[in-house]
Design a protein around this ligand. Structure first.
Ligand code: GLN
Length: 533
């Protein structure tokens, strides 16, 4: 029988609830339990696929092609479990479904209301994920802060769900912040008390408190929190700021958080095997070298916009006892070769990540040209690959007017064009080529060597592709198309074999990297960067 753990947040947003939920997931996985995480987002968008990365950070893509919240990336990386479309639920998707049913006449004339229709739909999303995965534990995080108007239906659904599940089958964890007042030298508990009171006013008594803090919680404050918030003392968990997010599971384990959770859910504790994770954290904390890697994109002001790329680079570093120093480069600043030299001469590798729209494209092309001409290890992701093809077409294959139809509908040589199946697609949101597709790698290519196999599966999110009309001409000029879709119709990987590492892919490898299992293409990049240094 699945046991349920709900995670809410109070006092402020951005507490890192996602990391806490993911870390608890890791602790349960380390005990041999199966775990899935779910994220409930109270906004009205049906999914974050249409939201600006500046607003919402990265859109994380699952194997089954859902465009989801970036917290799903944390869940997958921490628990090493592949999630899917049931794992991210938004108010928009809940309302969309209920309204569709209403229009179909499913409610037989009833007045459709938040309670019970919306809350029932939310509960059915919880049960739907249980049915699909049949996990031992299901961890459900509610986005936003308790007290927000828009999260009320979710909080109410949790209240109902907990009551229906019965004691010992569902618990809730409330995450709060303990502010430190330097004038009095104290960590203050009052905002947490108030936040728990808000939660109680909705009928939910949290069983566990996780308190974000910059310093240790003194015994008296712990006791105060336990007393005022009605939780056992051992259920007041301290979560200090850490250098690396991957330290969080270990910090929670030293406070027996998983054991407290298991006791409350009436499950016998098991021995945790955290050895590999501890070794990982040792490596993270004691790097023997550092490489500097540039990310040349357009959402560089918000690092969350490329969070999986950043994590993947770090993972590849961990495997080499190497710290990664990221240099953010706004591709719009890369106006010519001279600027590129100035910006890139102190880095050992460069990544051109995915993106949409024409802004910053010429700069990305300049960056790629610089990498190609100076043998600077380069990895292109999705749009980054499309740019690598345009750059090669223009500057090597003699197709001067080469461009993507995304940026110039009337390009002289549209070497990147809308995919055939995209030509009649209308509307946005879930309409791109999304999710896992197979790709076949050419033997003896760099990509093949990195993966160590011919057939791979990777996640996609794009509308445009290499135009096959120009493929031969570009290949004749020396760009190797080393990965193709199994039917040979879509270019998936390109590379330049003579350079140390010049590889670009149409898919998003960053979604499948794990801290203890770096992705082969990122590993290849960082290996080359270290060697080059
Ligand atoms: N804009 C490009 C496309 O739609 C690339 C997308 C991406 O980088 N995710 O094909």
């Amino acid at each position: 029988m699945t046991k349920y753990i709900f995670i809410t947040g109070g006092v402020v947003s951005s507490l890192g609830k996602g990391i806490i939920a993911a870390s608890l997931g890791r602790l349960l996985r380390a005990r041999g339990f199966s775990v899935i995480n779910q994220k409930f987002d109270p906004y009205i968008n049906v999914d974050p696929g249409t939201m600006s990365p500046f607003q919402h950070g990265e859109v994380f893509v699952t194997d089954d092609g859902a465009e989801t919240d970036l917290d799903l990336g944390h869940y997958e990386r921490f628990t090493d479990t592949s999630l899917g479309k049931y794992n991210n639920v938004t108010s928009g998707s809940v309302y969309q479904h209920v309204i569709k049913k209403e229009r179909r006449g499913d409610y037989l004339g009833a007045t459709v209301q938040v309670i019970p229709h919306i809350t029932n739909e939310i509960k059915s999303r919880i049960n739907g994920a249980t049915k699909q995965f049949k996990p031992d534990f299901q961890l459900i995080e509610i986005g936003g802060t308790v007290g927000d108007i828009e999260s009320l239906p979710f909080v109410e659904a949790i209240r109902q769900f907990k009551a229906e599940a019965g004691i010992g089958n569902a618990i809730s964890i409330h995450c709060t912040l303990l502010p430190y007042l330097s004038t009095s030298g104290e960590l203050k508990t009052k905002p947490s008390q108030h936040s728990v009171n808000v939660l109680r006013s909705y009928g939910i008594q949290p069983e566990i408190l996780v308190c974000r803090t910059t310093r240790p919680i003194p015994k008296t404050e712990r006791e105060k929190l336990a007393l005022f918030c009605s939780v056992p003392k051992e259920a007041v968990i301290e979560c200090r700021d850490m250098k690396s997010i991957y330290e969080v599971p270990l910090a929670l384990e030293t406070q027996n958080m998983a054991k407290v959770v298991l006791d409350m859910l009436r499950v016998e504790d098991r021995k945790a095997d955290l050895k590999a994770w501890e070794q990982l954290v040792e490596r993270i904390k004691n790097p023997k070298k550092t490489v500097k890697v540039a990310i040349a994109g357009k959402y560089t002001k918000l690092s969350d916009a490329y969070i999986s790329v950043v994590e993947s680079l770090k993972h590849a570093g961990y495997a080499n006892d190497c710290a990664i120093d990221i240099k953010w480069i706004n591709s719009e600043d890369c106006i010519d070769g001279k600027e590129c030299k100035k910006l890139l001469s102190d880095v050992q590798a460069v990544v051109v990540p995915g993106g949409f729209g024409v802004r910053g494209i010429e700069g990305k092309l300049n960056v790629i040209k610089y990498a190609r001409e100076n043998n600077l290890p380069f990895l292109g992701l999705c749009l980054g690959m499309q740019c690598a093809v345009i750059e090669y077409a223009r500057n090597v294959a003699g197709l001067k007017g080469a461009n993507s139809a995304e940026f110039d509908e009337h390009a002289e040589y549209p070497v990147i064009d809308l995919m055939l199946e995209q030509k009649n697609v209308q509307g946005y949101g879930g309409t791109m080529r999304l999710g896992a597709y197979d790709c076949v790698l050419k033997k003896a290519s760099k990509a093949y060597k990195a993966y160590g196999k011919e057939k791979i599966s990777e996640r996609h999110r794009h509308r445009y592709e290499v135009n096959n009309e120009y493929l031969q001409q570009i290949a004749d000029a020396g760009l190797v198309f080393s990965g193709m879709s199994p039917d040979g119709m879509l270019a998936e990987v390109v590379e330049l074999p003579k350079l140390d590492w010049f590889v670009a892919c149409q898919f998003h490898p960053e979604f499948k990297s794990r801290p203890d299992k770096p992705h082969p293409l990122f590993k290849g990049l960082i290996d080359a960067a270290i060697k080059g240094k």
